[in-house]
Design a binder for this molecule. Sequence first.
Ligand code: GLU
Length: 290
Amino acid sequence: MTAYVGRFAPSPTGPLHRGSLVAAMASYLDAKASHGRWLVRIEDIDEARTMPGAAEAILQCLLALGMQWDEEVVWQSRRKPLYEAAFQRLAPYVYPCGCTRREIADSRIGIGPDGAAVYPGTCRTGLAPGKAARAYRLRVPDPAMAQITFEDRWIGRVSQNLATEVGDFVLKRADGFWAYQLAVVVDDGDQGVTDVVRGADLLDSTPRQIYLQRLLGLPTPRYLHVPVLTNAAGEKLSKQTGAQALDLARPLEELNAAARFLGLRSDQVQSVEGFWKQAVAAWAARFADQ
Ligand code: GLU
């Protein structure tokens, strides 16, 4: 069996909060319970959303909570040539798209599980006269060939039809930035990630990522999507929905709260080291049969 490589891949749009701590903790526990390596990758490819100083704050916070990564931190903003190279390899499946967001929404072909409008394929056969390329999209197969199914270690079997539920999706955005879907697949492949453990808000992205892995000849990692912490209105915690910053003066309380959310018993432990010892053992026991 290949040696386990896991990762935590935060977007530096704000400091670590209680919701992102849950994802960080799950990926760390899974790596440690598997005697694997745990990598941290800063997903700062969307420079418009990157908040100055947030990446450094996230890294400091991980260390303060006892989560030490095993290799040098990787920054997506410094890896653009890798995304360009993958994009070139995908060229036979890529086409320029001149549609605006509004035009796609107005086509009303359907709404995907992530709430985004399914792309109707308007520019598949070429840009309409007078239209300029805005984004670059990847052509997905016809519906009969577009079903992607995988076993999630937390959720079980997940299946999505890329043609009817997503449509041709963006690899290079209208603002010139690489799409998350492309960058994450290139990086997970390049870093030899065997296990992706992250929040279930990304579950709907996974079939797109599996499809890209297949086209690029990359192995598909195992996936485990943990529940996402929401606020009273049922919204995913984020800076926009009022996520509270972590109280680093009380690391054990923060760790215990995240562990309880993940369904781990958190007994009275006296130290951060003690917490991790207990939590890793509990995680290993829970997933022992996988
Ligand atoms: N950067 C993404 C986020 O912070 C996570 C990417 C991933 O884990 O695949 O939501």
